[in-house]
Write a protein that binds this ligand. Structure first.
Ligand code: NOJ
Length: 548
């Protein structure tokens, strides 16, 4: 589960997202088990809406809740129109939408647009040896013995059809056929975008979207949005992909003007141009995200791990690995869409809280919650949940499994997640969560949870700190600790400073302000005199000031 945040005019989708903080619970099996069978479910999420709202979040994103053999945590959908029985029923999901709406909250579903499960009826038909209406719904290279291009992940021997199918991710996720931007006539499996079966795939996607939007869903996070259209020339491929998504956005704007499209593309410049309201800045296309919190755990992260980690005591990171790329995308998308730098997600081991102290976590969360765009909080990050290293893989999670463990609600059995016997739990609960439970955090005014609440309230009350406030990095020097940046909108201005290193750090810069007012408990000092600002932050220190 994830929570999201935003603030603005409630009548447009981007505004809905721009309107405060949205905390999106992802990973339904791990959030709250309402019927004691050991696995989280949709009624369990509904029971916790008030908690999510209390953080200051106004939307939730559910990772896939549809029928599936769960070979990849549900990202292998067998029926897009049926809730997986383990999570409840379609009625339960409709009820979640209704209960969220009553509270002014939104629910976004995960749209696994690029592939299905091998169990999906379309694929079962497509796999048959005799041609039928679904033969080209997936990409098949025939016959099975032919030479196959190395860049394609192909699977042979799965079905009686005399061919190899192209997989999008794991073997069990055959790629849906949306066509090639520049098909090579020598390769018969490369269909043009207007091939009837590619058009049918596109229509089927709209049909799925319409099905859930009509039932009250508020939009979608689109899985691997950048993967749908294939091609040889990357420029042509991206252009065709953007045309494809722009078509979806035009249709959405017309028929479901309040719906939200969030992409897992990780290249906001392309994704916002393609019509998405929000794009995550994750680890696929840019190195920026991992350089913030995760590069020191290179063995856990597969995509483009380069450089060091900025939020790390050893202070070997370079914030410009993030800031330069972020600013480039920010400038290219400002006023047209939003970038989200999530606290984490179900694909990003380890969790932010892995080995950080509560104060170090506050330092990291201050940075994240004070960025423009849309904050996304991965469930449990608001209470500092840990990564459980070494767990056996569950449902295709591998290293990701340890970041998907049950939410820690209180000090009761299974940390309040489920009344099932421990042995029946979807995944084990952290052995001694101690203060890392919601109840403990509620009772501690200095908890991470209450800190996040205060930050989200500041975001809500001050447009300059919200989604549309501008950002300027002030102090991002080589080996630059602390990091200082400004948020501003109209005549509101704020400075944010963080020092994730293990030693005291100082910085100074010229400025045109005279009065800084601290807004969160700040260790260290900010002194402004005669057009010069000087800051000293102790190890792990942070601060937020209103400046005039
Ligand atoms: C990205 C999802 O976030 C991840 O969990 C999944 O394994 C792949 N896409 C394949 O759908």
């Amino acid at each position: 589960m994830y929570y999201i945040i935003s603030h603005a005019n409630p009548h447009t989708p981007a505004a809905i997202l721009a309107k405060g903080c949205r905390l999106l619970p992802n990973i339904p099996p791990s959030f709250n088990d309402s019927n004691g069978d050991g696995i989280g479910d949709i009624p369990g999420i509904t029971q916790k809406l008030d908690y999510i709202k209390s953080i200051g979040c106004n939307a939730i994103w559910l990772s896939p809740v549809f029928d599936s053999p769960f070979n990849d945590g549900g990202y292998d959908v067998a029926d897009y129109k049926k809730v997986a029985p383990r999570y409840g029923t379609n009625e339960d999901l409709v009820n979640l939408f209704a209960e969220a709406h009553k509270r002014g909250m939104r629910v976004i579903l995960d749209l696994v647009a690029g592939h299905t499960s091998v169990e999906h009826a379309w694929f079962k038909d497509s796999s048959k040896p005799s041609p039928n209406g679904y033969a080209d719904r997936y990409i098949w290279l025939e016959p099975i013995w032919r030479e196959r291009p190395a860049e394609l992940t192909t699977v042979t021997g799965y079905a009686e059809r005399n061919g190899a199918y192209v997989a999008n991710f794991f073997w069990c996720q055959p790629a849906l056929n949306y066509g090639y931007a520049d098909p090579d006539p020598k390769n018969p499996w490369e269909k043009p975008l207007d091939h009837p079966e590619c058009v049918a795939t596109r229509e089927a996607l709209r049909d799925t979207m319409r099905f859930w939007l009509d039932k009250g869903a508020d939009g979608f996070r689109v899985d691997m949005a950048q993967s749908l259209i294939r091609g040889h020339d990357e420029k042509k491929r991206i252009a065709a992909l953007q045309t494809f998504w722009q078509g979806i956005r035009q249709w959405i704007d017309l028929e479901y003007p309040e719906a939200i499209l969030v992409s897992e593309w990780s290249f906001p410049t392309y994704a916002i141009d393609a019509g998405f309201h929000v794009d995550f800045m994750l680890h696929f296309e840019t190195i920026a995200y991992n350089s913030l919190f995760r590069n020191h755990r290179k063995e856990l992260i597969s995509s483009l791990p380069r450089g060091n980690t900025y939020f790390e005591r050893s202070a070997s990171g370079d914030i410009r690995q993030f800031a330069d790329i972020y600013i480039e995308h920010y400038k290219a998308t400002r006023n047209r869409g939003y970038i989200s730098v999530p606290t984490g997600n179900h694909d990003s081991p380890p969790r932010l809280g892995e080995d950080r102290t509560p104060e170090e976590l506050k330092c990291a969360l201050l940075f994240l919650m004070m960025l423009p765009g849309i904050p996304f909080i991965y469930y449990g990050d608001e209470i500092g949940m840990r990564y459980m290293a070494g767990l056996p893989s569950k449902e295709g999670g591998y290293e990701r499994t340890g970041a998907r463990t049950p939410m820690q609600w209180d000090d009761k059995q299974n940390a309040g997640f489920s009344t099932a016997p421990e042995t029946a739990l979807y995944l084990p609960v952290e052995a001694s969560p101690g203060k890392r439970t919601v109840t403990a955090a509620e009772n501690d005014p200095g908890s991470i949870l209450n800190f996040v609440r205060a930050l989200l309230k500041l975001r809500k009350d001050n447009p300059a700190l919200g989604s549309k406030g501008d950002i300027d990095f002030i102090y991002t020097k080589t080996a630059g600790y602390p990091l200082v940046f400004e948020r501003k909108l109209g005549d509101q201005r704020f400075w944010v400073a963080v020092n994730p290193s293990a030693t005291e750090r100082k910085a100074d810069w010229t400025c045109d302000i005279s009065t800084p007012t601290p807004l969160v408990p700040t260790q260290g000092a900010l002194d402004v005199q005669n057009g010069r600002a000087q800051i000293t932050l102790p190890a792990g220190g942070y601060g937020l000031w209103r400046v005039r």
